[in-house]
Design a protein around this ligand. Structure first.
Ligand code: 13P
Ligand code: SF4
Length: 306
């Protein structure tokens, strides 16, 4: 998009935002120009907290469907807009509430820990939610004598098992963006930039995680890069994060481990769609009340953990 268009659209969005008393929340994987127009940019945990505490009338969620749904579950009195309704998360679609109910009937004592990357219906069938930022703490909060069923990300699940030593039953889901990064991709990046530290998201496969110097959700990866004495980093998570990394650490160098690290769903949100959403107050994301009420318990138990 031309710089001129970005400038004009951003000005229009800022004006509409005021008129609508709207807040724009953007995930760290969003396009740079979308991040720039947002009131708050963060990881999925921070964005949930923002959605729960905002006094705006309208939340424009620049992210994917489960994130907007989470915002509505936490703030049902607000209008929650997802600028492109097609922006889903393939991992969240790898488990349905019906499938989860069947698995639960086979593991009747299990506590179900659901990654926030799930539908509202799946959250409603789960005991406690987590994000990549608090997953270890959430699992540690489950009484030691209770078996755990972790859904849907097998890679985040494997990482938690490794960190906590806690056995868990893992649903066999994955993220289409992180799963296809190979250990060879990281080794090749390392050969090209031997002085660089490897920073990886736990949605990567265990053999990729094993090559990382630091593993965490998106926000803490940025914090780590900011505070580190090192100057070069290989980034093994979605490309959108480079915008904030370069902004916060202009003197450091960041190399994406592979060009495969793009989430097409996160890129569906564009400035013209954000503007249109503010003009029309559509597309709105809602959740039927009985499902919302049950899913809220799952999210609130997570948010209570600090
Ligand atoms: P974070 O929780 O780290 O923001 O990640 C969300 C996500 O969708 C990762 O692919
Ligand atoms: Fe879903 Fe992966 Fe995209 Fe995150 S990066 S929204 S987990 S597909």
């Amino acid at each position: 998009m031309e710089q001129m268009d970005i400038k004009q659209l951003s000005a229009d969005i800022t004006r509409l935002k005021k008129e609508r008393n709207a807040v724009i929340l953007a995930h760290l994987y969003q396009r740079p120009e979308v991040q720039e127009v947002a009131d708050f940019v963060g990881d999925s945990l921070e964005l949930s907290r923002q959605a729960a505490s905002t006094d705006a009338d309208v939340i424009v969620f620049c992210g994917v469907h489960f994130m907007a749904e989470t915002a509505y579950i936490l703030s049902p009195d607000k209008i929650v807009l997802l600028p492109d309704e097609q922006a889903g998360c393939p991992m969240a679609n790898m488990i349905t509430a019906e499938q989860l109910k069947t698995r639960k009937s086979q593991l009747p004592d299990a506590v179900v820990v659901a990654y926030v990357n799930t539908s509202a219906e799946v959250k409603a069938e789960s005991d406690i939610c987590c994000t990549s930022a608090n997953a270890v703490k959430v699992v540690q909060s489950v009484p030691a004598d209770k078996p755990i069923l972790f859904v849907p990300d097998k890679n985040l699940g494997a990482y938690i098992i490794q960190q906590t030593g806690r056995p868990m039953e893992l649903w066999q889901g994955w993220c289409n963006t992180h799963e296809w990064v190979t250990a060879d991709n990281v080794a090749a990046a390392k050969a090209e930039h031997p002085a660089a530290l490897v920073l990886a998201h736990p949605e990567c496969q265990p053999e990729v995680v094993a090559l990382a110097d630091f593993v965490s959700g998106t926000s803490r990866l940025i914090q780590y890069a900011k505070e580190s004495q090192d100057r070069q980093f290989i980034i093994v998570t979605e490309a959108g994060i480079l915008h904030q990394l370069n902004k916060h650490c202009p003197e450091k160098e960041f190399y994406l481990a592979t060009g495969k690290l793009v989430c097409p769903n996160m890129k569906l949100t564009t400035l013209p769609k954000v503007k249109q959403a503010l003009e029309t107050l559509q597309p709105r994301i809602t959740v039927p009340e009985p499902v919302r009420a049950k899913a809220l318990g799952c999210l609130e138990r997570m948010l209570a953990i600090r």
